[in-house]
Design a protein around this ligand. Structure first.
Ligand code: ZN
Length: 344
């Protein structure tokens, strides 16, 4: 049985949310994999209809660490506010190791991903498309349509469709191809269609062709960086084994757990720090001159023109932790499906 099937079975799709009332308190040490946290209970999204201020955030990556690497700090902020964050990997991660056999690695990475999500009180679903072999075939598009409809998210975050890794590209493309069809009843009629496509954002990246990433939303993660590191620390097979091996410096990985975490924190800081200076104008626009000049670590997101527009109202609803007077740097209006003259 496909391990990700529970996401996609419309008979089971209503029982997927994580009760925010039972999350561990932000800042608490969860290095035991979240096991010390209060017991969570599953609630349905129907229950959540009575709590309209709760957001449902769906972060779709290609691999079982992409969502947290690219948006884990911002996800921490949503979780701290009691919102429901669901991380998804479309592939099973079986190619992410130099020594461990695929089936064994798949189980290990699924456990690591769930432990990472538990750090902040989110959930992580790892689907079972073989790592390195994702494509845009019709059955995959239908699967993503069912996944998004079942989650009924207020916001989706995913990869752009220009990226070095084919799995990243196809994940972005599958979400893009699903976006309009989410609202079409005759497509995948077994799962109720959405009335409107939600806002879709893209993770930041440094690729320039055919176009550069634009930082429409920037989030200060300085004071939640430790939580992000705690999440990534759970992905032992990646950050302490495969990635150092693939980069040619496995000997740099410390032996002790505390030393490994400190090493990981240092490497992640080096990796993330350039973003704040690269997008300093957007940071200042968001946080004002004084704070904006001091922010050191950010996550940045670009608005997809295929989702709902991120206008001022949507921005303040979806990002309640941003300053209320922060200005959208470049909201993108949804394009018309056909080239029609402007109204009025
Ligand atoms: Zn990836």
């Amino acid at each position: 049985m496909r391990s990700g099937a529970c996401l996609l079975d419309p008979r089971k799709s209503a029982k997927l949310a994580f009760c925010p009332e039972h999350r561990g308190a932000p800042g608490r040490d969860t290095r035991d994999g979240g096991r010390s946290r209060a017991t969570a209970r599953q609630v349905s999204y129907t229950d959540m209809a009575d709590a309209p201020l709760l957001l449902r955030i769906l972060i779709i990556g290609a691999h079982p660490d992409d969502a947290d690497i690219k948006a884990g700090g911002t996800a921490t902020r949503w979780c701290a506010g009691g919102h429901v964050v669901r991380l998804v990997s479309l592939t099973d991660g079986r190619a992410g190791h130099h020594a461990m056999p695929g089936p064994e690695l798949v189980k290990r990475r699924r456990d690591e991903a769930r432990a990472a999500a538990a750090v902040i009180g989110a959930t992580y679903d790892v689907l079972d498309h073989p790592d390195g072999e994702l494509d845009d075939r019709l059955e995959n598009r239908r699967e993503v349509i069912r996944l998004i409809r079942s989650a009924r998210p207020d916001l989706i975050i995913t990869h752009r469709s220009n990226d070095y890794h084919p799995d990243h590209r196809f994940t972005g493309l599958l979400v893009q191809d699903a976006s309009y069809l989410l609202t079409v009843p005759s497509i995948c009629p077994e799962v109720p269609h959405l009335d409107a496509c939600p806002v879709i954002l893209h993770f930041s990246d440094a690729f320039t062709r055919p176009c550069r990433f634009e930082p429409h939303v920037v989030v200060d993660i300085d004071d939640v960086f430790g939580r992000l590191v705690d999440m990534l620390h759970r992905h032992e097979s990646q950050f302490f084994e495969w990635l150092p091996y693939n980069a040619g410096h496995p000997e740099q990985v410390p032996q002790g757990d505390d030393d490994r975490r400190a090493w990981l924190a240092s490497r992640m800081r080096e990796r993330i720090q350039p973003l704040a200076d690269r997008y300093r104008d957007a940071v200042v626009q968001t946080y004002g001159e004084e704070r904006g000049a001091k922010v050191r670590l950010i996550e940045a997101f670009e608005v997809s023109e295929y989702g709902a527009p991120l206008d001022a109202a949507a921005r303040s609803r979806l990002f309640p932790f941003l300053p209320p007077d922060s200005r959208a740097t470049s909201p993108v209006a949804r394009k018309r499906w056909v080239d029609m003259p402007e109204e009025g």
